[in-house]
Design a protein around this ligand. Structure first.
Ligand code: GAP
Length: 450
């Protein structure tokens, strides 16, 4: 099946249907910052909930955390971010004066002296630019009050290793999971919500006995790739790419990216890293606290190694939308639809009276009020039935319930399937059970032909 999606189409759909808006739009917009509208909030919340389900709901060796965004400044000294969390910045000396990341330019211009991709001008020597946002706590803006907005959620987890160990009654292998905002002063944000300066991460640090690190690294690489596939992404649009040694972050002895085939090409969705004992040792050294596991039965003590699956909630949401986007012509009419996995869809069922009279809206409203107790539902009476279906298709609502004149006679409704357009009649009394069954059934996109 040919791919019709482009990033421009996704951006237009997001604006048209209220998933995402340019931030501060009435002031002319703030570059690469976005506000989530109603359906965007619902979709991203579902992505995060599915991540929590995989981490906490389906396992009993991971606990949850929500740490502060502003941490003690020494954290970033210990983690290596103050010294090393930087990108090589070059600036055009020609006409356009634009700034670029030298490493990105090198990928596109593998040979010779780098040139400005905009105007062909010469470039400055690379200068290292720290990506952390600085601010101050308290009224005095001196060096002693300087703090940073966290550039990753992971460090808050390491700081709570001891707390979790003491209170959660876990022993390695066990994990701590966290979802929250991170901030990076990216030199080249772009591709819509793929790279922004303020974004949400879903990170889990899995603490393991040192001799089990490789085995758990391999486990989480596979598990995290499978998560995207189970939520509907086509398998041939996903791949695992192992980092070359010169690409590895300062803390990592092995990293694999789960990559997705975005419209701009294969790009990172999530990183799975073997961080070894780097973080716990660094924080132990800088804080003076012992961060190790002591086996009370044997007296054995060791610093656990850490395997970290680190995903972006916004980036995952973008991938799910891109993969679900489709266009087709049905009986001479074009429709755009999001073939989202039902568990991700912002709205699961729309209840639509065929006409706005003869008692249909009142009955439809009663059915809607019953269904919304079970799952996110919408009641829509505005416009022709075709227009209402198109609206629901574009926000990815998997099922539509139509109330018509026959409903008033025999208490049945029409149940429409977003993907197959199959319409079947079903008794109102069976509707809840049928929708619940569908929501929990295995689901594959019809795009896969399965
Ligand atoms: N703790 C490890 C860590 O932060 P990372 O690869 O820098 O690793 C993890 O980030 C994930 O966070 C990325 O795979 C991506 O999904 C998301 N992410 C990182 N920077 C981002 C940005 N500027 N905008 C949106 N998402 C971003």
């Amino acid at each position: 099946m040919a791919d019709v999606v482009t990033m421009d189409k996704i951006v237009a759909l997001c604006k048209r249907r209220g998933f995402l808006f340019q931030s501060s739009e009435i002031y002319g917009g703030l570059g690469s910052a976005y506000d989530y509208g109603h359906y965007g909030v619902l979709l991203k919340t579902n992505v995060k909930n599915e991540w929590w389900r995989a981490m906490i709901g389906e396992r009993d060796d991971i606990v949850a955390l929500d740490s502060a965004i502003i941490l003690h400044p020494k954290v970033w000294e210990a983690s290596g971010h103050l010294a090393g969390f930087s990108d090589p910045l070059v600036q055009c000396l020609g006409k356009c004066k634009r700034r670029w990341r030298a490493d990105h330019l090198r990928e596109a211009q593998p040979e010779g002296e780098l040139k400005c991709p905009e105007c062909g001008g010469d470039l400055t020597e690379p200068r290292h630019f720290n990506l952390m946002f600085r601010t101050h706590v308290g009224p005095v803006e001196d060096e002693g009050s300087e703090v940073f907005l966290r550039p990753e959620t992971a460090q808050g987890i390491f700081l709570n290793f001891k707390n979790a160990l003491q209170t959660a009654r876990k022993k390695p292998p066990f994990g701590i999971a966290q979802v929250g905002k991170s901030f990076r002063n990216e030199i080249t944000p772009g591709n819509f919500i793929f790279r922004t300066r303020e974004f949400e991460q879903m990170e889990m640090e899995f603490f393991v006995p040192p001799d089990q690190a490789q085995q758990w690294y391999e486990f989480w690489r596979g598990a995290r790739r499978d998560w995207y596939e189970q939520l509907g992404i086509r398998p041939d649009h996903l791949r695992l790419r192992e980092h070359d040694p010169d690409e590895l972050s300062h803390y990592s002895s092995g990293t694999a990216d789960v990559e997705y085939l975005f419209p701009m090409g294969w790009s990172e969705l999530e990183g799975v890293a073997n961080r070894g004992d780097f973080d716990l040792k660094q924080h132990a050294e800088h804080s003076g606290e012992k961060l190790e596991y002591v086996d009370s039965a044997t007296g054995d003590r060791y610093v656990p190694h850490v395997i970290e699956p680190a995903a972006g909630a916004d980036r995952a949401m973008l991938a799910f939308m891109v993969d679900a986007y489709d266009e087709e012509t049905v009986e001479g009419r074009e429709r755009v639809l999001l073939r989202l996995h039902p568990r991700l869809a912002p709205v699961k069922v729309a209840v639509l009276p065929l006409v706005n009279k003869d008692g249909q809206p009142e009955l439809a409203r009663r059915i809607y009020e019953e269904l919304r107790e079970l799952m996110p539902a919408e009641f829509d009476t505005g416009g022709s039935i075709g227009k209402r279906y198109r609206r629901q298709d574009e926000i990815g609502t998997p099922w539509g319930v139509t109330v018509d004149h026959q409903t008033l006679e025999d208490e049945t409704v029409t149940l429409r399937d977003r993907d197959t357009l199959d319409q079947s009649r079903i008794a109102i009394t069976e509707l809840s059970a049928e929708l619940r069954r569908r929501l929990h059934a295995d689901w594959r996109s019809p795009k896969l032909g399965a």
